[in-house]
Ligand binder design. Structure first.
Ligand code: NAP
Length: 368
């Protein structure tokens, strides 16, 4: 069991703002940051629609319904906190900004915040910019060095670090040890994605997905294909050279509340056996053990061929473990195939963003 990593010797918690606090991903931040040992929410922010209202009031619609969508209750400390307008946010008393807003709002607001402070984003707006790392602690932690280039290019005191799409998360994590040891040549992936990842605004309607499967998720396949190559790429001379891997995906929506399942077929440059693949997964050394949100086991390997299953497995290790099962030889591509499961609203969303912030604090990249 690794020693817990300390908050860089600081006793004071870092003060954080959650922008988009009234939305689904924003609410996930409130739950995940309750009693966090290093971070404390001191500002809640959203659009002008919510600004000036208490948090609970901002969540309430005209028919009285409180739009709180988490399984846990609203943390009492936030119910009466006033929501601030994201356009006029005073960042002077803030150490880190977590953003959970849609792409257009992120394109406009994140650079304003990043001029002053570190911004960790759940939005896709900056993921593919050349000087922006798409950071997954334990997978491509060394890409954090790109932050300096970003600050220099844009003359920012802070920076933007986005997290990957929730479907990319499990795929990139499980490909990392295989790529390191055997060189990944080609990947075919089909996802069976939970409804919660769609969010509520513009998400799938229950009636569309019950007793059904929706075979298309707009823009998802392109995101997963591009992001995976960037995450597994090599940082050299202040730029990331994308991994040279053929990646092709089909992304579908299934009637599961939380937890994305993916079937993955991998062709490798070096020959690989099932035993070697299992060893690569089991012995994979992530460099983030001991951080408050790090899972005890980066991967959980299942030998029961009926696992992993979303309902049974998604919440283990706080939803931060990536589950791998059904590891078999892949004869057509020449490699291995497996089934993975990762938690789309935890590792793939707010908790994943908090994990990134913890990593950057532990490396002294986020300072007081
Ligand atoms: N849903 C998920 O599980 C999930 C997972 C991973 C990533 N994400 C990403 O997280 C982001 C938010 O998704 P969501 O599902 O949480 O959306 P959502 O439920 O619609 O929430 C949107 C939030 O953004 C705020 N907002 C809207 N327009 C704004 C503006 N112009 N300026 C400032 N704030 C504004 C809203 O505030 P008001 O209430 O005041 O309108 C609300 O707090 C998206 O980029 C999404 O791709 C979501």
């Amino acid at each position: 069991m690794p020693e817990p990593i300390q908050n860089q010797g600081h006793t004071k918690k870092k003060r954080v703002a959650v922008v988009g606090a009234t939305g689904i991903a924003g609410q996930q931040f409130l739950v995940a940051l309750q009693n966090h040992p290093w971070f404390e929410i001191t500002v809640l922010s959203a659009s002008s629609r919510s600004a000036g209202k208490s948090y609970e009031e901002a969540l309430r619609s005209s028919n009285g319904q409180v739009h709180w969508w988490q399984y846990e209750p609203i943390p009492p400390a936030f119910k009466n906190m006033l929501v601030q307008n994201s356009e006029t946010l005073d960042l002077s008393q803030i150490d880190i900004v977590f953003t959970a807003i849609d792409t257009d709002a992120a394109k406009h607001l994140e650079p304003i915040y990043a001029a002053q402070k570190p911004v960790i984003s759940t939005a896709s707006a900056f993921r593919m910019e050349a000087d922006v790392p798409l950071l997954m602690p334990g997978v491509n932690s060394n890409h954090a060095a790109l932050i300096k280039t970003q600050q220099k290019n844009r003359t920012w005191k802070g920076f933007i670090v986005p997290i990957p799409n929730c479907t990319t998360y499990g795929l990139a994590a499980t490909l990392a040890p295989l790529h390191q040891a055997f060189g990944v040549k080609s990947v075919l992936m089909t996802s069976m994605q939970a409804t919660s990842g769609a969010g509520r605004n513009g998400g799938v309607l229950a009636l569309d997905v019950i007793d059904n499967l929706v075979p298309y998720i707009p823009k998802e396949e392109e995101k997963v294909e591009k992001e995976t190559l960037k995450i597994l790429g090599i940082l050299k001379n202040d730029a990331i050279a994308d991994a040279v891997i053929g990646v092709s995906c089909t992304c579908t929506r299934v009637p599961v509340t939380d937890g994305h399942t993916e079937t993955v077929f991998v062709g490798t440059h070096k020959p690989i056996t099932v035993e070697q693949a299992l060893t690569a997964f089991r012995e994979y050394q992530s460099d983030c053990a001991g951080l408050p949100s790090a899972p005890k086991n980066f991967f959980q390997i299942h030998d029961d061929p009926f696992r992993p299953q979303p309902r049974t497995d998604r919440d283990s290790d706080g939803g931060m473990t990536t589950h791998i099962g059904r590891v078999r030889l892949e004869k057509v591509l020449g490699g291995i195939k497996y089934v993975l499961l990762s938690h789309n609203t935890k590792a793939g969303a707010a908790k994943g963003a908090i994990f990134v912030a913890e990593y950057l604090v532990s490396k002294g990249i986020i300072k007081d």
